[in-house]
Write a protein that binds this ligand. Structure first.
Ligand SMILES: C[S@@+](CC[C@H](N)C(=O)[O-])C[C@H]1O[C@@H](n2cnc3c(N)ncnc32)[C@H](O)[C@@H]1O
Length: 215
């Protein structure tokens, strides 16, 4: 079952959604990614899957790095918001399970805080790996762990009252060994695997930067 709480977010909540991409306490993982990209790539095509309101775009742009960006998100509301916010960038509605891109058409594919909210990771991981020619970056809201836990939290959305803040959503933890094995079998080697302490409700994130193995 697909759950998409983001389509119920109010415009007000969208405006607040992760407002400051680099300077809030939850953004340390973005800094790790941006430093790596700046050191290793220039003028590359980057696909941001589950781009939300365009925070990665803003953070990358603020860093002064040179890139050709496209954001994809399943939630039309998010995409519309991102388009209004950044008319100079490309944003499309699209699903991580069926991306409208040819195989290996993006040098960098960046997926931040999306896998944790899907019903599972296998189809999505295969799809992002397929469209990526070199560097696949996955930031997990809940780090990989000893055992998998698929769980749904929150309440069903209520359309009658004022727009709900957030409704029921997946907050999964995936088992490390099969996740890493699948990445490897898809042709990607992990070059950075870093835990980021963010404290509070989220605890810590895991940043995985991977590169496609030379054939
Ligand atoms: C927690 S937000 C993260 C947004 C952004 N990546 C960030 O870090 O600021 C999760 C995003 O994933 C999107 N999303 C959820 N399911 C998706 C799917 N199946 N395909 C593409 N995007 C999806 C949501 O619409 C939402 O914008």
């Amino acid at each position: 079952m697909e759950l998409n709480p983001w389509e119920h977010l109010s415009e007000e909540r969208l405006k607040q959604f992760l407002t400051d991409p680099l300077n809030n306490e939850n953004a340390e993982d973005r800094k790790i990614v941006i430093d790596y990209l700046r050191e290793n790539f220039d003028k590359v095509r980057l696909l941001d899957v589950g781009c939300g309101t365009g925070h990665q775009y803003l953070a990358l742009k603020q860093s002064g790095w040179n890139f050709d960006y496209c954001g994809v998100d399943k939630t039309k509301k998010m995409v519309d918001f991102a388009r209004r916010r950044f008319p100079d960038a490309r944003f499309h509605v699209g699903d991580i399970h069926e991306l409208p891109s040819p195989a290996r058409s993006w040098q960098v594919v960046y997926v931040r805080h999306v896998f944790t909210h899907l019903p599972g990771y296998k189809k999505a991981l295969a799809e992002v790996a397929k469209v990526c020619s070199d560097c696949l970056i996955i930031c997990l809201l809940k780090p990989l762990a000893d055992k998998q836990e698929i769980r749904v939290i929150g309440k069903p959305p209520n359309h009658r009252a004022k727009p709900v803040e957030f409704s029921e959503h997946y907050l999964n933890v995936y088992s490390r060994e099969p996740f890493m094995t699948m990445l490897k079998s898809l042709g990607f080697d992990v070059v950075i695997d870093e835990m980021v302490e963010v404290g509070g409700y989220f605890g810590r994130y895991e940043v995985l930067i991977t590169r496609r193995r030379c054939e």
